[in-house]
Ligand binder design. Structure first.
Ligand code: ADP
Ligand code: MG
Ligand code: ZN
Length: 482
């Protein structure tokens, strides 16, 4: 069987985090709102209405382009992309054409254990369209409605060159891209809610020199569906090539429930959008000093930060990668580190206990009641062996629930800690006396018996002993008793 070469290029739309729409002052906060309550003559394209560019849109788009290491084009030009669709009341979308905000960028990410890079072809801004509604309590039978609330919400479109080689790479690039747009505050990158949407172009070829016919796949609303859709599409194209059947250049939709891609019915619109410069929005140039100001707002990005964490804090790559994925988590880590200087131990607690609590409460770290110095306070006690890890986990849970401070929770719950070695030694000796069979088992090489004995000590102390210490004392006692 001959080799196949897979090529993937992604087109991603991110909703920019502005309060007002792109060319009017309507709110962008449309989730859960009644249809058509966030609209005005501008975003619904009534005759005579004039668009005025929201400055923040430009700032966020430039920030995005800079973070993706693009060249910023000096002129800002808006074009009309003309097409008919019921969710587009103006009959055109204000977009960009031959003068996108940024071109020729680079995104680096890690996939399959090695560093990859994908070239960014262009970054441009455009307005979103409305939404058709085909079912709902207020709709008359057999009819559809349209909600214009989303019309005019600013989007940034990020198009890669066809540099990705597998569904894994496509997914890992997307995860990095989402992390970047979130780091810079350009978008919340939420795929489920549609603030990050991805169209995937994929082709398969038997010749490394020439690209195959590309198929565009739409309608995926999670990283997992992008991955699955690409896998499916690659297999489908390979099968066609093996049978020497043609691959049609077409748009296909990912059908989440059936786990397949299906050809989009017919061509709804002509490919020719009759782009022309929007006469309502005159071209203008970006001042170099404004560009400099925006550049200053870009924080250290996830990949650099990960590499710094690996060097500065001696963290393994995998752990560092998870820690920096969300800026707020990495910020929390570094804040906490100022008061508790053990990066490895802190990292372990963050990635297990802290993330576990956040997941259980379904909140992110900025919404949580625990502060970096609270966590530092707790870990200092664990580190000094004043409390056991098990007890600390319980206290942490309580801290997440109530926001209480460590000392206060300890006092309130009346937790007394048996760290006193003498006291624990006594209990250990008693435990050994009461369990001769287990002692014999242990001495004849049964490791399990030791765990049983530790368990007994913990039981007698109602979980308040330090298990490490209990184990050490047991070992000392058992090995000297021979
Ligand atoms: P179009 O003009 O059809 O939109 P573009 O050149 O703008 O095509 O490319 C759209 C996307 O498709 C880009 O992300 C690009 O990387 C990708 N792409 C282009 N050619 C191929 C191909 N042969 N296989 C896979 N992806 C491709
Ligand atoms: Mg395109
Ligand atoms: Zn409006």
């Amino acid at each position: 069987m001959k080799d196949f070469y897979v090529t993937i290029g992604l087109e991603v739309h991110c909703q920019l985090l502005t309060q007002a729409k792109m060319f009017c002052r309507c709110s962008t906060d449309y989730i859960g709102k009644e249809p058509n309550t966030l609209i005005c003559p501008v975003c619904t394209g009534l005759p005579g209405a004039l668009p005025v560019l929201n400055r923040r849109v430009l700032e966020l788009a430039i920030r995005t382009a800079l973070a993706l290491r693009c060249e910023i084009l000096p002129q800002v030009v808006f074009h009309r992309k003309n097409y008919f669709y019921p969710d587009l009341p103006k009959g055109y979308q204000i977009s960009q054409y031959d003068f996108p905000i940024g071109v020729r960028g680079i995104v680096e990410f890690v996939s399959g254990g090695s560093k990859k890079r994908v070239r960014i072809k262009r970054v441009h801004v455009e307005e979103d369209a409305g939404k058709l509604i085909h079912e709902g309590p207020s709709l008359p039978w057999n009819s559809s409605g349209v909600d214009f609330n989303r019309c005019g919400i600013p989007l940034v479109e990020i198009v890669t060159e066809p540099d990705l080689r597998s569904p894994e790479e496509a997914r890992d690039y997307l995860i990095m891209l989402r992390s970047i747009v979130r780091y810079i505050g350009a978008s919340d990158g939420n795929m489920e809610e549609g603030s990050l949407r991805c169209d995937a172009n994929v082709s398969v070829s038997r010749d490394v020199e020439t690209l195959g016919t590309k198929v565009e796949v739409k309608n995926m609303n999670s990283f997992r569906s992008v991955f699955r859709a690409l896998q499916y599409e690659i297999d489908r194209q390979k099968a066609l090539l093996e049978k020497e059947l043609p691959i049609l250049q077409e748009t296909r939709h990912w059908d989440e429930t059936r786990d397949i891609t299906v050809a989009a019915r017919g061509k709804e619109e002509a490919e020719d959008y009759r782009y022309f410069p929007d006469p309502d929005l005159l071209p203008f140039s970006i001042e170099p000093k404004d560009l400099e100001e925006i550049a200053k707002t870009i924080p250290e990005l996830p990949l650099e930060r990960k590499e710094r964490f690996m060097v500065e804090y001696e963290l393994p790559e995998g752990e560092a990668g998870v820690l920096v994925q969300e800026k707020e988590v990495a910020d929390f880590f570094e804040e906490c580190l100022k008061e508790f200087h053990k990066p490895r131990m802190l990292c372990n607690w963050m990635l297990t206990e802290v993330l576990k609590n956040l997941n259980e409460l379904e909140i992110n770290i900025t919404e949580s009641k625990i502060s970096p110095s609270n966590l530092a306070e707790l870990l200092k006690l664990v580190d000094k062996r004043e409390i056991s890890g098990t007890i600390a986990k319980g206290i942490l849970e309580e801290m997440f629930k109530t926001g209480g401070r460590v000392k206060e929770i300890i006092a309130r719950k009346g937790i007394s800690f048996i760290t006193n070695e003498r006291e624990l030694e006594k209990i250990v000796r008693e435990t050994i006396e009461k369990n001769p069979q287990s002692v014999a088992d242990y001495l004849s090489g049964k490791e399990k018996a030791l765990h049983f004995l530790i368990g007994q000590v913990m039981k007698v102390t109602r979980g308040q002993a330090d298990p490490e210490l209990a184990k050490n004392l047991l070992l000392k006692e058992l090995n000297s008793g021979e």
